[in-house]
Design a binder for this molecule. Structure first.
Ligand SMILES: CC1=C(/C=C/C(C)=C/C=C/C(C)=C/C=O)C(C)(C)CCC1
Ligand SMILES: [Fe+2]
Length: 356
């Protein structure tokens, strides 16, 4: 079962786990503490992680989608695969790009839902495979995905409504200049309270179901999930959202996905097994370079066609986010295919692969 969930890359699992988890834990932990200590960062600096994501893990994490499925299936990367993934991006991404121009409010709303689904989806495989097997079972995994994706998309709405609304209106106005964007009920105190209560219920419900399915033998791995969940709640409640989402995108979501692919990369996996992290990352960088460069070229064209004025830092980053949205829809299809191939939603890892 090449690359199956919990297929257990023997000695490499420790290196994979370290690389998948440690950067995110450190960045999220340190930043939370710094903001808890009362530090404030001007908005232009808060935009830096999102801007850096053009080259730092963020955009590149999707730039290896053309290799992802064949590698996961332990097949050679053929021109047919390249054409299939290229066609997918063209058709699905192209259709979503049209939505941005025709119905920006719908595009922005669906972007938030898409990110919720994708960032949630993206957290389950690393937890199961680079963690210690938890969450087990389809229902717990689906709940975990729903919770993990909800944290970056909903906690900021409750904690920083003005910043959240600013980003949402900036995105809509970039594609619908001159129209005053209607303020959504979600930003009112009642709306936020409703979101907070629903989110708290989802978090507590997911952790409770996880605790039950983990059983006494799975307590430690449940603790990993619970600890990460609470750390992310703390992070998104204390760190201003533009900054928090940018850091999360680069150092949490993207790194976990990159490590998932390194594990099935015939060039990088042996390097990781002998703890040669730099060599594995260089291998990723080489693979991601051509399509990252192509995406940067597309970003240049995108800036020319976005109807609104793209001038100051927030609108520059906003227009980039809209392109990210367009690229994310086909990317989700690729990751869903990987999930299917690695039987994430249908099978539990064999007990022997669950580690501690
Ligand atoms: C910046 C920002 C937002 C949205 C960010 C989104 C939706 C990012 C999506 C990135 C993706 C999909 C990356 C690919 O994996 C919010 C939460 C609206 C408000 C606060 C600041
Ligand atoms: Fe992703």
């Amino acid at each position: 079962m090449p690359g199956g969930v919990g297929s257990g890359e023997s000695g490499g699992v420790g290196a994979l786990s370290r690389l998948a988890f440690l950067p995110g834990w450190i960045v999220i932990g340190v930043t939370t503490l710094v903001f808890l200590a009362g530090v404030s960062v001007p908005r232009s600096y808060q935009l830096v992680p999102l801007a850096a994501s053009v080259v730092l893990f963020g955009l590149p994490h999707g730039a290896i989608d053309h290799l992802a499925i064949p590698r996961t299936r332990a097949e050679p990367v053929t021109p047919r695969w390249l054409a299939a993934v290229g066609g997918l991006y063209l058709v699905v991404g192209g259709a979503y790009a049209v939505v941005w121009f025709l119905a920006p409010a719908v595009a922005v709303g669906s972007f938030i839902l898409l990110t919720w689904a994708h960032w949630g989806q993206g957290d389950v495989y690393p937890l199961v495979t680079f963690g210690t097997g938890h969450p087990t079972g389809r229902v717990t995994r689906l709940l975990t995905a729903a919770t993990r994706g909800a944290l970056p998309m909903l906690v900021p709405l409750v904690a920083f409504p003005a910043e959240y609304e600013l980003v949402v209106t900036t995105l809509v106005e970039l594609f619908d200049p001159g129209t005053a964007v209607a303020v959504s009920a979600a930003f009112t105190p009642t709306g936020r309270l409703a979101v907070a209560v629903a989110l708290a219920a989802l978090v507590v419900g997911t952790l409770a179901v996880g605790f039950r399915t983990a059983g006494p033998a799975g307590r430690r791995s449940w603790l990993l999930d619970a600890g990460e969940t609470l750390a992310l709640v703390a992070f998104f409640s204390t760190v201003p959202p533009i900054f928090a989402v940018g850091l999360y995108f680069c150092f949490w979501h993207s790194i976990r996905h990159i490590v998932r692919l390194l594990a099935v990369d015939p060039g990088a996996a042996p390097a990781l097994e002998s703890n040669r992290y730099i060599s594995a990352l260089v291998s990723f960088g080489r693979d991601a370079l051509p399509l990252t460069a192509a995406s940067v070229a597309i970003l240049g064209l995108w800036y020319l066609v976005v109807p609104g004025t793209v001038a100051e830092p927030l609108s520059l980053v906003g227009a980039y986010l809209a392109l990210i949205a367009v690229l994310t829809l086909p990317h989700v299809v690729v990751v869903a295919a990987m999930d299917r191939e690695q039987r994430l939603w249908t099978a539990d890892p064999p007990a022997s692969d669950r580690g501690g």
